[in-house]
Structures are given as C-alpha cells and as structure tokens.
Write a protein that binds this ligand. Structure first.
Ligand SMILES: Nc1ncnc2c1ncn2[C@@H]1O[C@H](COP(=O)(O)OP(=O)(O)OP(=O)(O)O)[C@@H](O)[C@H]1O
Length: 264
C-alpha cells in the first residue's frame, strides 16, 4: 500500500514537506478518447519554498497544479497536505480546506466581472466564514500593499490587466493561506507589471507563505528556490536554486538555462 512520508521531512535537506504527491495521474476523457496528461508523478513541495514549475506547452503543468491544489480530481494516486490525505476529502471538506489553506491565482485572472475589486477580494474571506469586519480590514490592507486601494470601487473591466492581476493576488491572500498556487500570473502582463507581481509573490514568500508558480518565463523562474521541469506529464528533473543568492540573477539564469536545455 502507498503511504505518505511519515516524518514529513526530506532526509537530505531537512525541509518540512507541505504537500506530497504519491504516484498521481490524470487521464482526461473516456473510452477511446482518452489523454494521459499527468503520468505517475511522485513529488514533494516544501514549506516556505518558492517552487517553480516549467515545461513546454501541453506538458501537464496546469493539470498538475490543479491536482496539487485540490481544484481537480486525480485519476490515480494520493495527495497529502502535511499528514492529511486530501484527495479523499468530501466535497464539503475540500471546499473548507481550499478556502482556509490554499490561495489560487489563475492564468486568466478570473475576477468576477460584476463585482468591484473590493468585493472580489473580500468574497472568499466571507465564504471561509472569517469575521466580516476583519475580512474588510484585511482586504483594505492588501489593496494598499498592492497599490490598488484607490480602485476599490471599480469593476475589473475598469482597471488595467496588471491592476486586475494584483487584485487577484490580493483575493488569493485574503484568508492568509499556507500556500499560494499561481498559474502563469505574469503571462498576460508587460515586463514592468510582471515584475511587480513577482515582487509581490516573493515578498509574500519571504513572510513565510509557500508559493508554487507555473511559468514559461526564465526571469520569473529565477525567483525559485526549487524548479521542477515537466515533460510529457512526467517530472523530467528538479533543480535546487536556493544555494544561489536571490540577487545573483545572472548565475540563476545560466543554471536554469543549462538545466532546461539539457546541458547540465
Ligand atoms: N479537459 C481536458 N480534456 C482533455 N484534454 C485536456 C483537458 N485539459 C487539458 N488537456 C490536455 O492535457 C494536456 C496538458 O494540459 P495542461 O493544460 O496541463 O498543459 P500545460 O503544460 O499547462 O500547457 P500550457 O503551458 O499551454 O498552459 C494537454 O495536451 C491538453 O490538451
């Protein structure tokens, strides 16, 4: 029988395991129309890490992120958050788990178009059952941190893409989740806006929240402590970057480039 790592620490690094995937697979479709998007992946995500997932288009990155965060079901395998097996949660337990422990920043931003930025940000805090005035206070402080506090009564369509993405990040942080999943959060943004979003995620991570981010962008990947490369639904390799100083961008870029291009 498959079991989770009992002491929840990686013996080599002594890092605490936050999430553990045990031989997870995802098959889309049925009958003769099936597609094996994620194949038997074993993976650990560590507490406090900034983890980056890279891989070519269609390699299974978003599918993996959806499964790790409980947004989609597994076809096979097991997922543990600390010592709790989350893939067996009832719908109700999963909804509660997601609203308290997980923040998700979508590739497509995904704000509710008819709600103001303030309403978009507070809504998941109310759903999580948190104290309403504390939620409002937290939303205002997050909007200030993201420099969008003056836009709180605007609809998503009345602000820029970068401002929408900052609101989406504020929304993901409203219940102080232990881990934030971000699926190409800079994909639709220009360089400056993208950098701003990466600075916010780095800042959040430095204050102790774990981040798992999918990206195609080498510069964005430089933020990682650990980079996971996915190919054809499998883990092709893992690169440890925490030994390089965050400010040593050139060395990080070089290492990532060699790793991705197979020159390591
Ligand atoms: N609902 C679905 N039904 C059938 N196939 C799907 C479905 N969702 C994704 N796929 C397929 O699974 C594979 C992995 O998709 P996924 O979105 O995880 O890739 P990705 O690495 O995130 O790609 P990208 O970088 O282009 O966003 C792709 O070949 C995709 O076409």
């Amino acid at each position: 029988m498959l079991t989770a790592n009992v002491n929840k620490k990686n013996c080599n690094t002594n890092k605490e395991i936050l999430l553990q995937a045990v031989r997870i697979s995802k098959v889309y479709g049925s009958g003769s129309e099936t597609f094996h998007a994620v194949k038997n992946i074993d993976l650990e995500i560590y507490k406090g890490d900034f983890t980056v997932i890279m891989g070519s288009s269609g390699s299974g990155k978003s599918t993996l992120l959806y499964m790790l965060s409980g947004l989609d079901n597994l076809t096979h395998g097991e997922i543990y958050f600390k010592d709790r097996r989350i893939d067996l949660f009832s719908e109700e337990d999963m909804a509660r788990f997601r609203s308290h422990k997980i923040g998700y920043v979508y590739q497509s931003i995904n704000l509710v178009p008819d709600l103001t930025l303030f309403e978009n940000i507070t809504f998941p805090g109310y759903v999580a059952g948190n104290n309403k005035s504390a939620v409002r206070k937290k939303a205002l402080s997050l909007m200030k941190l993201m420099n969008i506090e003056k836009l709180n009564q605007r609809l998503p369509s009345q602000v820029s893409g970068g401002q929408q993405q900052r609101a989406a990040i504020a929304r993901s942080l409203i219940s102080t989740p232990e881990v934030i999943f971000a699926d190409e959060p800079t994909g639709a943004l220009n360089f400056e806006q993208g950098n701003n979003i990466l600075d916010i995620l780095t800042n959040v991570n430095q204050y102790g929240q774990s981040v798992v981010m999918v990206t195609h962008d080498l510069k964005a990947a430089c933020r990682a402590d650990r980079l996971i490369l996915i190919k054809d639904g499998m883990v092709e390799g893992i690169l440890e970057l925490s030994k390089y100083k965050p400010e040593d961008l050139k060395e990080r870029e070089k290492r990532i480039y060699s790793f991705i291009s197979g020159k390591e």
